[in-house]
Write a protein that binds this ligand. Sequence first.
Ligand code: UD1
Length: 418
Amino acid sequence: MEKYVINGGNKLYGSVKIQSAKNSVLPILAAAVLTDGKVTITNVPHISDVRNMVKILTRLGCSAVFDGENIIIDSSSADCFEIPSGLAHELRSSVFLLGSLISRFKMAKIAFPGGCDIGLRPVDLHLTGLKRLGVEITEKNGYILCKCEKLTGNEIMLDCPSVGATENIMLAAVKAEGTTVIKNAAREPEIEDLQKFLNAIGAKVLGAGSGTIVIEGVKTLGGTEFQPISDRIEAGTFLVAAAMCGGEVQLECAGAENISSLLHKLRENGCNIHIKNDKIMLESSRRLTSVKSIETQPYPGFPTDLQAQITALCCICKGQSIITENLFETRFKYVPELRKMGADITVIDRSAFVRGVDRFKGATVVAHDLRGGAALVLAALAAEGRSEVLDISHIDRGYGSFEHKLRAIGGDIVRVVV
Ligand code: UD1
């Protein structure tokens, strides 16, 4: 068990290089199982979700080697189509491997996935989509068992634009016979990135980024070297940190076009933001004003993965805000922890009603999930006095070198083994 010890109150100045997007890298790692060609993914974040995905790939018989910031995957020796519960429970993205495994082996056996406990997180849309491609699915003793004679393209209408279901169906369809059309597909930038990767290894995918994706099955796929897009959630987290602590922070490799909804809200709060090429500069020198309301939505709406961080910011703004979480049922678990730091928040159903206070006060708080944990770190950096954030393994799932990057811009934060 490790914790962060944070002495709050420092302003943040300096620049931060943003990592490749966790939510791009994970499905791309799953996609590497589809091909016997060598795949190199560059600027990969050192986070536990990636390490766990690599563990799973190795278990499947793939070779996965870290080379500095890159990972080289060779799946030519993959010989296993089963992911046991121990590994699947570590990582929700293990579910993406259903599409790749069924494509490669015509069989797949995966324990129901784990990941952040932020709601029910069913996988029914993944399974319905795969069934439309000809996969027979049974569920037994906590495992999903899939088999098929062959995969055949089809039209699939998603009941809601699920990111994971869209990606899983794309992975199953790239080598199916004929054409697959996914309607009401998720439009997140990471889906466009997956399309770009798949096409780089020889697939024929069109339309990602819109609500309709068309995949024409191909027989073989090759290798490539690929640089995923930058992590819009990491970028957003550092911008909110600078807004909360005050100072002037510049993000490098930031992909401003993918976080317009956050930038819009931060400008409404009173932050000065300048964008130049792939850099975002944020300056915040006075107490900010609350935004009236924020609702999380599928992309291009406000991301659920930045909900906790923006709520923490609203806690110390002038005025009142209502933050509504529309995607995941239990994504306010960090609220009682923020209250320990002096926040004035009431949660009713899916909305948090926030009345701004002057400052947070240092306290000992517990991270219950990845983004809620990050929000607690930001609150502690902005707080008066000393805080401890416990159970930071959740934060390690998605932020590489978090404390190093924060220290480099002036945050007083250290990792301590408990
Ligand atoms: C992905 C992201 C996660 C982000 C989320 C929403 C990755 C690795 N994770 O998660 O960081 O918070 O998108 O932007 O990319 N749903 C169903 N049935 C299904 C699948 C989903 O009802 O079969 C529902 C979910 O309960 C949720 C909504 O659809 O309410 C969106 O979930 P989804 O887009 O699938 O999120 P993930 O892919 O799990």
